[in-house]
Design a protein around this ligand. Structure first.
Ligand code: NCD
Length: 330
């Protein structure tokens, strides 16, 4: 049976996560020491990006090439593919799927990943669908946590920022909820707080979690401060956008705030950080980039190794013992 990666709820099996991370360790070791891993020569990966991306697209493409496979695709599929002419997603995929051994796709619509996975005969990887899920980001986030703390359980993780629209938060929170004893904090302006479906899911999983608009008491007690930008591109109403941007300023992480964190704690961010150009206000000030607790560039680069490991499993298929541990799409 062909396996797809659409949602982090498919990764409930600890053996899969541990196996994936050990594989990512091997990939990292090979890349850092300049040893080629050309296991998949002759294979072709499709890369459909209907929404902008820097890190995700580059690390997927680089991961594919480092594995010896080729990548074919369009990074502006909304304008440069037949989607521009009004073709449905299903038709675009069905028309070309035999060209590829695996499909990677980012789309602006929630649920687009599930639609793609429902029709594809080759493995599919969701590189982000609207405000819904971004499972490979959550995997590289968890890998980064494991690399620093040596474990993925029993940690206090605070998500700060746009909880309601951030797909990275949802994906990582669901992944952490499947592990043991992680305590989650959701820190956001009221308008961007925990959506009902996430609250219900976390309750159902009996996860200990807290919701607050007060950042100060949370800063000194958490192991991980996971900051996200305001997802302003999803807010169509100008007045609402201005109001959110105004409220968002209270949640800015400065070096003084980073200093108040525990000794053994880290700041993560899926990136990009908003700037004035992107209609916002930086949720992390530039001086934090060189702070000892800032781990977001290591986190982003880890995307290469985790995606290499994941593509390796999916391109190997049934012959890989980890392949069958990927559960069905919920
Ligand atoms: C994130 C995304 O696209 O969801 N970026 C990424 O893939 N690293 C976060 C964001 O855009 O805010």
């Amino acid at each position: 049976m062909v396996r797809h990666i659409v949602d982090t709820r498919q990764m409930k099996d600890r053996r899969f996560l541990e196996g994936l991370f050990q594989r990512a360790d091997l990939m990292k070791d090979a890349v850092v020491n300049n040893r080629p891993v050309r296991k998949h020569e002759g294979r072709i990966v499709a890369s459909f990006f209907y929404q902008p991306s820097t890190r995700t697209k580059m690390t997927f493409d680089a991961a594919t090439k480092r594995l010896g496979a080729d990548v074919v695709g369009t990074e502006n599929a909304k304008e440069f593919s037949s989607a521009f002419k009004g073709e449905t997603l299903e038709h675009s995929l069905l028309a070309v799927q035999e060209c590829f051994d695996l499909v990677v796709m980012r789309h602006d619509k929630n649920g687009a990943a599930k639609r793609a996975a429902a029709i594809l005969k080759v493995p599919f990887v969701n590189a982000g669908d609207g405000t819904n899920q971004h499972p490979t980001q959550a995997l590289l986030d968890l890998y980064t946590i494991r690399e620093f703390f040596g474990r993925v359980d029993g940690l206090k993780i605070a998500f700060v920022g746009d909880i309601s629209q951030g797909r990275t938060i949802k994906s990582l929170a669901y992944l952490l909820a499947q592990l043991d004893g992680n305590e989650l904090y959701f820190v956001a302006p009221k308008e961007l707080g925990l959506p009902e479906d996430m609250r219900d899911h976390l309750k159902e999983k009996s996860v200990v979690f807290h919701e607050t608009s007060d950042m100060d008491p949370v800063i000194p007690i958490v192991d991980v401060l996971y900051v996200t930008r305001l997802q302003w591109e999803y807010v169509m109403d100008e007045a609402q956008k201005n109001l959110l941007m105004e409220n968002y300023r209270r949640f800015q992480i400065t070096a003084a705030i980073a200093d108040k964190m525990k000794e053994n704690s880290i700041i993560m961010h899926p990136l990009p950080i908003n700037t004035e150009k992107s209609d916002g206000w930086p949720e992390i000030t530039p001086e934090v980039d060189s702070h000892a607790r800032a781990h977001y560039f290591r986190q982003s680069n880890n995307g290469l190794y985790v995606r290499m490991a994941l593509l390796d499993i999916l391109l190997t298929g049934e012959a890989d013992p980890l392949y069958s541990l990927i559960l069905g799409v919920p």
